[in-house]
Write a protein that binds this ligand. Structure first.
Ligand code: MN3
Length: 199
């Protein structure tokens, strides 16, 4: 965790983070550890049927761990630069403007489409290594961008599972999404874009 649990206030309360990081994310990690051991045991005794069942659970809990780890690093406290929009001449800003016109229009698009995700999932800003363009995509449940395509490198994500906002925002997912831009770590997003282009 790159900051204290209360450091994202007033956008995300420490109380919510205690549950989201301390309970939900923790559960994915604990399940993943247990399941990898069970999988190894199933394979060792040649129980392929059980192994395949466990693989689905490994994918869900492993995705849950990876997505949350990536999400925490996508955020930063306001006093540590959270929400500070990238410079006009930065590569990231230019690429967002080429795709959506302005940062504000990109955020509005991201919020509108992420609001419409049915049930649980994640909204993503991705770099497409094939087209060399930025894309918005969404993943259901704990699917990761790797489940959509190997050319897609994640740059930014917001968790829209109900547990990500209910304690602070009740059922108001659109308000939660609007507020979250105040704690997006754009420096980190720029670093990820630079790294993705070198791959
Ligand atoms: Mn979550």
């Amino acid at each position: 965790m790159p900051y204290d649990l209360g450091a994202l206030e007033p956008v995300v309360s420490g109380h919510l983070m205690e549950f989201h990081y301390g309970k939900h994310h923790r559960a994915y990690v604990n399940n993943l550890n247990r399941l990898s051991q069970e999988s190894a045991e199933a394979l060792a005794v040649g129980n392929v049927k059980r192994y395949i069942e466990l693989t689905h659970l490994v994918k869900f809990n492993g995705g849950g761990h990876l997505n949350h780890e990536f999400f925490w690093e996508t955020l930063a406290p306001i006093k540590e630069g959270g929400g500070a929009i990238p410079d006009k001449d930065s590569d990231l800003r230019k690429m967002i403007e080429a795709e959506w016109g302005t940062i504000e229009k990109f955020q509005a698009h991201f919020n509108a489409v992420s609001t419409s995700i049915q049930g649980s999932g994640w909204g993503w800003l991705l770099y497409n290594k094939g087209s060399h363009l930025l894309e918005y995509r969404q993943t259901p449940n704990q699917d990761t961008p790797a489940d959509i395509g190997t050319d897609l490198v994640p740059l930014l994500t917001i968790d829209v599972w109900e547990h990500a906002y209910y304690l602070d925002y009740k059922n108001m997912r659109p308000t939660f999404l609007q507020e979250m831009w105040k704690v997006i770590n754009w420096n980190k997003v720029e670093e990820r874009l630079a790294a993705a282009k070198k791959k």
